[in-house]
Ligand binder design. Structure first.
Ligand SMILES: [Zn+2]
Length: 335
């Protein structure tokens, strides 16, 4: 895992210093490259040839095992996989990822933390996303962080440092991984061969919606459905008479985080259009924004945003998502 192509990760790497600390927390927006940097650090720490400051050699036995994801001295803890096939009517037997890292998962680390490394002199555990450690899991992790053996290194990744409990935070070296400037992300995207030629406004929109985070921007660009859904919602809202039931039926198929990514920028630009500010997220849709805005007051926009926030909070466990969405769109401010 070479870092040279991710110039914005140099700064956080420098801040870590000359050695991997016992506990490192790297935080920053989704898709900024925290996991890429963490994997690089882990491979460097385990490499038999390179020093921690250099790129891992990529050819030693340790590097080979790491790249094959079978290194015995490395562990990645992520969201729990739970089998939800039993409670989903008619669904295929698929494992669904639960948005939590449970105490069971942390406890399963067990002897890994205390037995000597199989190779070399280090063991590395990455926890991603550490935001999702629940209270019990945090307490279990804290036990491992209190008196770690010298060979053990934890790398915690989180969107926000505040989402970790203070007793864990105080034991970590905290490094903020910042998103680069818009132009840097834009250049980096231009160099990605996996991305086909894209319209400039679409690229800029993806970058802005992702807070300039490069990997998140790339994911959005590759997600054709996102732009199709956004355009369809704008079209439905631009009509003379808004049909709450049609909107609800369409939005029911779209996950709440995606709806949030469509509606937050829309509400922002509706307010901006009213206040005479810059339309940032809908430069390609200015006439639609003007039509949607019509007689909407800023107060009505912020009021609906409150209802939308309530919907998002309940979206993970709605009794009937369609009904909740119908109620939401019946509140859409109309002249
Ligand atoms: Zn190596």
């Amino acid at each position: 895992m070479q870092l040279a192509q991710y110039s914005w990760l140099d700064e956080p790497k420098r801040k870590i210093g000359t050695n991997l600390p016992p506990a490192l927390l790297m935080y920053g927006v989704e898709g900024v490259g925290k996991r890429t940097l963490a994997l690089h650090l882990a491979q460097s720490a385990l490499c038999e040839k390179a020093s921690f400051l250099k790129e891992p050699c990529g050819i030693c036995g340790s590097c080979h095992l790491f790249q094959a994801e079978t290194h015995p001295d490395f562990k990645m803890l992520s969201n729990d996989e739970v089998d939800t096939s039993a409670d989903e009517e008619g669904a295929a037997s698929t494992k669904k990822v639960k948005q939590v890292i449970s105490v069971k998962t942390v406890r399963e680390l067990g002897s890994f933390c205390y037995t000597k490394p199989h190779r070399g002199h280090a063991k590395v555990i990455i926890i991603d996303p550490a935001d999702n450690l629940n209270q019990n899991a945090s307490n279990a992790l804290l036990k491992n962080l209190e008196e770690p053996p010298a060979f053990l290194h934890f790398i915690l990744l989180a969107k926000h440092s505040e989402s970790l409990i203070p007793t864990i935070l105080s034991r970590c070296l905290k490094v903020h991984v910042r998103a680069p400037e818009l132009a840097v992300t834009s250049d980096w995207l231009n160099r990605q061969t996996s991305i086909n030629q894209i319209e400039e406004h679409k690229k800029e929109l993806a970058i802005r919606l992702s807070g300039c985070a490069p990997f998140a921007s790339m994911q959005l660009i590759e997600d054709d459905a996102f732009f199709v859904n956004r355009d369809k919602i704008l079209a439905l809202l631009s009509q003379d008479a808004i049909n709450a039931f049609t909107l609800a039926a369409f939005c029911e198929k779209i996950d709440a985080p995606i709806l949030q990514r469509i509606f937050y920028p829309l509400l922002h630009d509706l307010l901006m259009a009213d206040l005479g500010g810059d339309i940032v997220f809908h430069k390609d849709k200015v006439s639609e924004i003007q039509r949607i805005k019509r007689a909407m007051t800023p107060k009505a926009v912020t009021h609906w945003q409150g209802s939308f926030n309530d919907y998002l909070k309940s979206a993970n466990h709605p009794l009937n998502r369609r009904l909740a969405l119908e109620a939401l769109f019946l509140k859409w401010p109309q002249a």
